[in-house]
Design a protein around this ligand. Structure first.
Ligand SMILES: Nc1ncnc2c1ncn2[C@@H]1O[C@H](COP(=O)(O)OP(=O)(O)O)[C@@H](O)[C@H]1O
Ligand SMILES: [Mg+2]
Length: 254
């Protein structure tokens, strides 16, 4: 059942900041985990340690039963290709078409030359169009990426991540630069991909209302320590103040 297991994972940055402090967390297949916590609590560091964009200082990462903590080279490259990632800032190439951007998600399986001249195998194009359909935006395939709204661009980024057919989707505050209505639209597609495609999602989120609506489990970090791990419904006022501090006020995002 377990897809990912972190055992006593720590990260101390060269300047001495302890961003993760002995984090133990196990993720089952099919879960939608929201990682919450104040800015600076270690959410991004956690996600980046999972796909080894950041090297943990201590601890173990098990993925699909294998220890991936210290793998390098081709093994590391293959491991990363099993994990999709979505960022706050979408990271699309604005002057390229939506379809080209989605196809870039398949770069691992096409030669660089082919990708530059846009000669992708028809099967990959079909797959890219299917993934655009999944995020409800297939009609935009041939427009420039930078002509889309923020929410639409994030959906393109999701379609791009799906090209890897990842086993795990990591999303680092995917709606942090979007307005509330658009945020829900993006979250709904992530929820759909989780439920209907059975994809496991770990998503850093700022707003508790989104956590309650879309995630199956919430993990709260405070100064790099897991202080809550359970059902989002259990996060009452007392938990909220424990996680976010005495002075925090919950903001609804509708
Ligand atoms: N490259 C870095 N070098 C030093 N400290 C860092 C670096 N990246 C993040 N930090 C620090 O690590 C802590 C956790 O940061 P981060 O993982 O970005 O938290 P979050 O995503 O929850 O805002 C913060 O104190 C932050 O300042
Ligand atoms: Mg962050």
């Amino acid at each position: 059942m377990k897809l990912l297991e972190l055992r006593r994972l720590s990260k101390v940055y060269p300047n001495g900041t302890r961003a993760l402090d002995s984090v133990t967390l196990s993720v089952d297949r099919g879960e939608f985990i929201a990682v919450i916590g104040l800015s600076g609590s270690g959410k991004s560091t956690l996600l980046r340690c999972i796909n080894r964009l950041i090297e943990p200082t201590d601890g173990t990462i098990l993925f699909d039963g294998s220890d991936v903590t210290h793998i390098t080279g081709e093994q590391l490259r293959r491991y990363r290709s099993r994990i999709g990632m979505i960022f706050q800032q979408f990271n699309l190439v604005g002057r390229y078409s939506v379809l080209s951007n989605v196809l870039m998600g398949a770069l691992g399986s096409v030669g660089t030359f082919d990708s530059i001249v846009g000669r992708y195998p028809p099967a990959l194009r079909q797959m890219a169009l299917r993934n655009l359909e999944i995020v409800g935006i297939a009609d935009k395939a041939h427009v420039r990426a930078d002509s889309l709204s923020g929410g639409q661009q994030q959906r393109v980024a999701i379609a791009r991540a799906l090209m890897q057919e990842p086993q795990l989707l990591l999303a680092d505050e995917p709606v942090a630069s979007l307005d509330p209505a658009t945020s829900h639209s993006v979250m709904r597609y992530l929820g759909y991909i989780n439920r209907e495609l059975g994809m496991t999602v770990v998503c850093n989120l700022h707003f508790l209302s989104l956590v309650r609506e879309y995630s199956t489990r919430a993990v709260a970090l405070k100064a790099g320590v897991v202080v809550f791990d359970g059902s989002p419904a259990e996060i009452d006022q007392e938990w909220f103040r424990h996680i976010y501090g005495e002075d925090a006020v919950e903001v609804e995002i509708r």
